[in-house]
Write a protein that binds this ligand. Structure first.
Ligand code: AHR
Length: 609
């Protein structure tokens, strides 16, 4: 291959928001994933008893049973609750309930856990209530605390549980128990481990660290199908996801498990804040996946109003109605917002109503917030969208063949957001062949990032425990205790962390169908970033000619991700099998040769003095 780089000829701006994250509740991404809550089914939902995670437990001759009380819960939002009937218990013979967690409760030594629950009893008081993390095998408590007594009125109780010198393990459960007969109603039983940046009821540390490593510019939320739900009543109804948990009804998700809605609108915004990402807020637009839709016109008005209220919740000062509610919920300062997406994949709406629905949202939002950029989920004709969201789930071969997809896109048309894309090979997380497909595709997006303003891989997260995955392939895998990045994850880390501000001119000859590249430059830093992808099984010699580069540093940083086969991958058991390596490449000058190994993704960071 001969690759000519015209370092002094910028041909397009690189979007500063090119690489970001897309997320939704899928594959136990939040519950049982990023949202660090350890209790599975902390509140029975409208259509979910959660009893597969709750079991009555007794010691000695104690007796207890458990059921869901349909109309005795702690709030209007949570009318249902757990009812624990303790027929017999006594000193040294505890009775109560256990929760098995999300594939166990993770335990680490010298760690403090925040526990809380709502409770009431039928007597004036019942207690003490013991709350313990218990080892599944030995039945011994590894940490416990006591609430002296509970009363006949619903009340929230909180305490902390501290482990000592225990081994790291996931094979534990949580127990709440008493040593007196009585009836105990429970709801919102919760246990949190330490979280990222110590955020109260926040996020799992190892996953946030992996996401931070991607340096994402934005977060698209809350979906995906999860935004729409199977039915209109099961959409992400943001007003039901804010405020105290006791005011959140929880809801069924289209990915076949119930959502606790612990991850509500404000938590998404906290996530953005913690990782310095800008929110890309997807608003429900009147279409749900079982072909339910709301006709444009008066019927759609309440949904448009909901979106306006949502934008006000995110961006309004605390002197606005919804900004004041956000302040009351704990965040007085408004968040900044540039992009709002209207719906998700509305090309699936067979009624053809999206054109009208989008236009109605567009006009109402622009009237109040003219500065916002409004994303359409499919092309529309009645109005020109600011941005259109394109989705691609492909095989590596298909991405290789499509890397010039945006080369000829009309620069006067809407901007492009590649809001979901992935090479789907391997599983649960992608293999190295998929990473090659991803890298090839990213070179095409980078070269066209004057028009492709944002791109986000999907899905982002997967709990790899049995039954955890609904969609293959996913960027980051984890179980109850640990996590790993797939080769595709590392390709993204490499691409996002080595990106110039301008695409520079280039020509290539002799590359063949398995060689891909992009060249960007950061004038301020004096760095030229060359991304080279060899998706073939043989070494690829490259003659590099750096024209107009001025004085070139003779040693470049070479970051490499490669593998012997396309089937190789990372797993929980072997998380660092394929990771980037960094070496120094010497002999760099305005004309030099470099051989890209077989199956390799490389970045050359050339300094321009
Ligand atoms: O990423 C998985 C799903 O793929 C998303 O929920 C949906 O938008 C798309 O069809």
């Amino acid at each position: 291959v001969t690759l000519n780089i015209q370092a002094d000829k910028p041909i397009a701006k690189v979007s500063p928001t090119l690489y970001g994250l897309m997320t939704e509740e899928i594959n136990y991404s939040y519950d049982g994933g990023l949202y660090a809550e350890l209790v599975n089914g902390r509140a029975p939902g409208p259509q979910w008893d959660a009893l597969e995670h709750w079991v009555a437990v007794t010691e000695g001759s104690a007796q207890a049973s458990i059921s869901v009380d349909p109309a005795n819960g702690p709030s209007t939002a949570l009318p249902r609750c757990l009812k624990v009937t303790i027929k017999q218990a006594g000193p040294g013979e505890q009775a109560g309930v256990l929760n098995d967690g999300y594939w166990g409760i993770p335990v680490r030594p010298d760690t403090t856990y925040q526990a809380s629950f709502y409770a009431k009893t039928d007597a004036p008081s019942l207690g003490p209530v013991k709350i313990s993390i218990v080892d599944n095998q030995s039945g011994r408590a590894v940490a416990s605390a006591t609430i002296p007594s509970i009363t006949s009125e619903w009340k929230q109780y909180s305490t902390v549980l501290k482990t000592g010198q225990v081994s790291v393990s996931a094979t534990n459960h949580l127990v709440l128990s008493v040593e007196h007969p009585g009836t105990l109603w429970l709801d919102l039983v919760s246990l949190f481990p330490p979280t990222y940046k110590d955020r109260e009821h926040g996020f799992r540390i190892d996953l946030m660290e992996k996401l931070a490593g991607m340096h994402p510019a934005f977060l698209r939320f809350p979906g995906g199908n999860y935004l729409e739900g199977d039915h209109i009543a099961e959409r992400f109804d943001w007003k039901k996801t804010i405020g105290p948990w006791v005011d959140r009804p929880t809801h069924p998700s289209p990915w076949h498990y119930h959502s606790s809605d612990g991850m509500g609108l404000l938590e998404f915004l906290y996530w953005c804040e913690d990782l310095h990402m800008q929110p890309v807020l997807a608003v429900y637009a009147g279409y749900s996946m079982m072909q339910e839709h709301v006709e444009p016109g008066a019927a759609l008005d309440p949904y448009v109003q909901d979106a306006l209220d949502e934008i006000e919740y995110v961006t309004g000062g605390s002197d606005t109605r919804w900004g004041a509610i956000r302040a009351k919920n704990g965040h007085p300062a408004p968040f900044s917002l540039t992009y709002v997406e209207v719906g998700n994949e509305d090309f699936f709406d067979k009624s053809g109503s999206y054109d009208g629905r989008y236009a109605q949202f567009y006009k109402a939002i622009k009237q109040k917030y003219p500065q916002l950029q409004l994303i359409a989920t499919t092309p529309v004709s009645s109005i020109k969208p600011d941005v259109v969201d394109d989705h691609y789930y492909k095989k590596a071969e298909e991405f290789f063949a499509d890397v010039h997809h945006y080369d000829g896109t009309d620069r006067n048309g809407p901007k492009i957001f590649v809001g979901e894309w992935a090479t789907r090979e391997g599983g649960p997380t992608p293999n190295f062949g998929a990473a090659l497909g991803d890298a090839a595709w990213m070179t095409g997006m980078e070269r066209n990032s004057d028009i492709v303003v944002m791109a986000s891989y999907a899905p982002l997260l997967v709990n790899v425990n049995p039954g955890g995955m609904q969609w293959r392939t996913d960027l980051i895998g984890y179980d109850t205790l640990t996590s790993y990045g797939s080769p595709s994850y590392y390709a993204q880390v490499m691409f996002a962390n080595h990106l110039g501000k301008e695409v520079v001119g280039s020509t290539v000859s002799g590359g063949g169908p398995r060689f891909f590249y992009s060249a960007t430059k950061d004038e301020d830093k004096g760095i030229l970033y060359l991304k080279l992808v060899n998706a073939s099984s043989v070494p690829q010699p490259v003659d590099l000619r750096l024209m107009g580069a001025g004085t070139i540093g003779s040693t470049a940083k070479l970051i490499s991700l490669s593998s012997k086969t396309t089937q190789d991958t990372n797993t929980l058991a072997d998380p660092m099998h394929i990771v980037p390596t960094e070496t120094a490449l010497t002999g760099v000058k305005d004309s030099f040769s470099h051989t890209v190994p077989p199956y390799a993704i490389q970045i050359l960071e050339v300094s321009l003095k």
